[in-house]
Design a protein around this ligand. Structure first.
Ligand SMILES: *Cc1c(COP(=O)(O)O)cnc(C)c1O
Length: 485
């Protein structure tokens, strides 16, 4: 397929810019481009065809089942998009006076209030742009609180080995040392190891719950009590609240701080680079440290942006990705409390349905009931047939299914982590189950075929190492002198 720079012709296309209605200003020569700016010169029709072709090659939820574990690729209702495109939300400027955007401030305030109720927290900030960014922000709150208490020696963050990979990375970014806590055989945090690890150097614990093997830690109250008794704080990675929303609240489980990904549970688009929102919530004693601005006031007295008294500062410009919050708020209002509760129930039901149906075909990493996702281990399958988790995942592509997460979590060998989400109908799950059963059959009968999959896509198996080490991200305009490329 040709790139947009390779189609069209010089002079073709249509300039839609309105005539200039302000005085022209000229730039000094040092500020001016010295070479031609490369812009595609295509007609509207050529452009429309080009992007339609590109869209045809893009894998997305609109194309089919997308069971990517730990990412909650649920369907995002079009209504969310419609609301976020309203002019009252899009035609505003961050530096506009608070009194001119009262509705937007009220929306931020109310969305924060709803999330606080869902998570059992007292205050929220929407400034972080993504989940990992939220973790970073939440840990800075914990760090600032310890500093305010004169706790100089608390330099370690405990992270269970079943945590999402961003957890230790975020803690390290905050200057903490990471102590990894092993899981017991049943996928829970090993309590004895936790007791042995906590101490006067513990700043806190970061827990992903349900964890990355799809299990809710049944010792959750004991875990937070152990950390609190040792003087540490508890951070809840709530990127995926899809399993517990409406049923259990991290605040009631003893957690002090949380982030939740609006671009997962709260149904705003993600993938392909955002924008997202890693909303950070905390208990009242941490609220003064939140990044500013946050919304304060009331409908009667008027809403205004304020910076909390001991704020850690800004982690992003202004108040974060506002239109993502508009989408999430729309979702919250359309679902309502009961709707959110049934979302979680169906997410858990769908995962357990698939798990049960596949139990006789694939080895499950952990037995019993799962939450919103489950993990298959292809370790034995690979030993017996030479077909790996990668081969099964690639095979699924040929049947129009996006692969599940592969080789994660690291504590399961040859892992495939499946999260069907609540928005898929039973027929879709049944089809996927059938495909996965057929692939297991194929692994025994014709492993070579699966080593070669996918065969129905434009690209088969790119060399991932070369792709990562030598990425080609820019188009080289051959007629240009090298220094301008
Ligand atoms: C997705 C995810 C994250 C990271 O969120 P990003 O928005 O990708 O930065 C963190 N923890 C868990 C459990 C997740 O699923």
């Amino acid at each position: 397929m040709k790139l947009i720079f390779e189609i069209g012709k010089e002079g073709r296309g249509l300039s839609l810019l309105p005539p200039c209605d302000v005085p022209e200003a000229s730039l000094s020569s040092s500020q001016q481009r010295q070479s031609q700016l490369h812009l595609p010169e295509v007609s509207e029709q050529e452009m429309s065809r080009h992007y339609t072709k590109l869209a045809g090659r893009t894998r997305g939820l609109n194309k089919g089942f997308y069971p990517l574990g730990s990412c909650t690729m649920k369907y995002n209702p079009k209504l969310n998009e419609e609301m976020s495109a309203l002019e009252g939300f899009t035609q505003i400027h961050p530096l506009q006076g608070d009194e001119t955007v009262q509705g937007c401030l009220e929306l931020l305030h109310d969305a924060g209030g709803m999330l606080a109720e869902i998570t059992g927290m007292d205050a929220f900030s929407f400034q972080p742009a993504a989940g990992a960014h939220g973790e970073f922000t939440g840990l800075l709150l914990i760090k600032a609180w310890h500093e305010s208490q004169g706790h100089q020696s608390r330099t370690k963050i405990l992270v269970p080995d079943s945590a999402h990979g961003t957890n230790p990375a975020s803690a390290a970014m905050c200057g903490y040392q990471i102590v990894s806590i092993p899981s017991s055989a049943d996928g829970m945090v090993d309590l004895e190891a936790l007791k042995a690890a906590v101490g006067e150097d513990t700043a806190g614990l970061m827990l992903t719950n349900p964890n990355t093997v799809g299990l809710f830690d049944r010792n959750i109250l004991e875990i937070t009590a152990i950390v609190h008794e040792a003087g540490g704080l508890c951070y809840y990675d709530g990127a995926n609240l899809n399993a517990v929303m409406g049923w259990a609240r991290p605040g009631d489980m003893g957690f002090d701080c949380i982030h939740s990904n609006l671009h997962k549970t709260f149904s705003t688009p993600h993938g392909g680079g955002g924008p997202g929102a890693g909303a950070v919530g905390c208990k009242a004693f941490l609220a003064d440290f939140l990044p500013g601005p946050v919304v304060s006031g009331s409908k009667e007295t008027g809403w205004k942006f304020v910076t909390p008294a001991k704020s850690i500062g800004s982690v992003k410009q202004f108040y974060g990705n506002f239109l993502v919050v508009v989408r999430a708020f729309t979702y919250l209002l359309t679902q309502g409390g009961d709707g959110l509760k049934s979302v979680s129930a169906n997410a858990v039901l769908n995962a357990n349905y698939m798990k049960k149906q596949l139990e006789d075909t694939y080895d499950m990493a952990y037995a019993g009931t799962c939450m919103h996702e489950f993990v298959i281990s292809c370790e034995n399958l690979k030993k017996e047939t030479s077909v790996s988790a990668m081969d099964i995942a690639k095979g699924m592509i040929d049947y129009g299914i996006h692969p599940p997460t592969m080789y994660f979590p690291l504590i399961v060998h040859e892992a495939l982590m499946v999260e069907p989400t609540e928005t898929e109908a039973r027929e879709t799950l049944d089809e996927a189950i059938e495909v996965m059963k057929q692939l297991a059959e194929q692994a025994k009968e014709d492993p070579e075929k699966l080593h070669a999959a996918p065969v129905r896509t434009v690209i088969g198996r790119p060399d991932e190492v070369t792709a990562a080490r030598n990425p080609k991200l820019r188009y080289l305009f051959t007629e240009q002198p090298a220094e301008n490329r």
